[in-house]
Design a protein around this ligand. Structure first.
Ligand SMILES: [Zn+2]
Length: 212
């Protein structure tokens, strides 16, 4: 990224409000759940338009899991979502920088943190906490940021499946980090009402995105 891109730019015309962006995702997921055909605009015309510049309406922080492709489950297409994905939907420095860039340079009005049922990374983190499991290579380090969510979910002890409670807690913690413990470039647009951060959990079998 060239240095001059580091300066905030004016809000581009045509961005929806955070609520409009959220409603678009809710409607897209409802269509997906109803088995409506997924027909995003992926025409040559759209490609040529996007070649001039992007204006995604939401930033999505999701898991690498092959079953949770964001464009499919929200029924959107090219140029719609700015996406950060990693196993367990955690965000390292590169991921956080990507989120900040999307807000600062692209004026994205909505950030969605999306966990999902039966998340392997959260299951692995649960095994670390409950069974003292160890994982080779960088997998162990990848899981580390999820451990506090598992520990909190275990402490809460609210019944039900620990992994599924940890999935939800992991999302809530990332939302909180973005809402409270982040840079002014994310906090200020939120305080002005130009940016919203929401959490959700995707249900694999129903296709439904459950908003937290
Ligand atoms: Zn996952």
């Amino acid at each position: 990224m060239p240095a001059e891109s580091a300066q905030p730019i004016a809000q581009p015309a045509g961005q929806p409000t955070p609520e409009e962006a959220l409603q678009r995702l809710i409607a897209g997921n409802a269509a997906f759940v109803a088995d409506a055909p997924h027909e995003p605009d992926i025409s040559r015309q759209r490609r040529l338009e996007l070649a001039q510049g992007q204006q995604p309406f939401a930033t999505l922080v999701g898991c690498s899991d092959s079953r949770v492709g964001p464009e499919q489950l929200f029924g959107v297409g090219l140029g719609d979502l700015f996406i950060v994905r990693s196993a367990g939907n955690n965000v390292d420095a590169a991921g956080m920088g990507s989120i900040e860039y999307s807000v600062m340079a692209l004026s994205v009005p909505l950030i969605v943190v999306l966990g999902h049922e039966k998340c392997g990374a959260v299951a692995a983190a649960t095994d670390v906490v409950t069974k003292d499991a160890r994982f080779p290579g960088s997998i162990g380090r990848m899981i580390e940021p999820i451990l506090p969510a598992v520990i909190a979910a275990e402490r809460a002890g609210a019944g039900g499946d620990l992994i599924e409670r940890a999935v939800e807690e992991n999302v809530r913690r990332m939302v909180e980090r973005l809402q409270v413990y982040s840079e002014p470039m994310l906090l200020e647009p939120q305080s002005r009402g130009e940016l919203k951060v929401v959490g959700a959990v995707y249900e694999l079998a129903t296709g439904k995105v459950r908003w937290l």
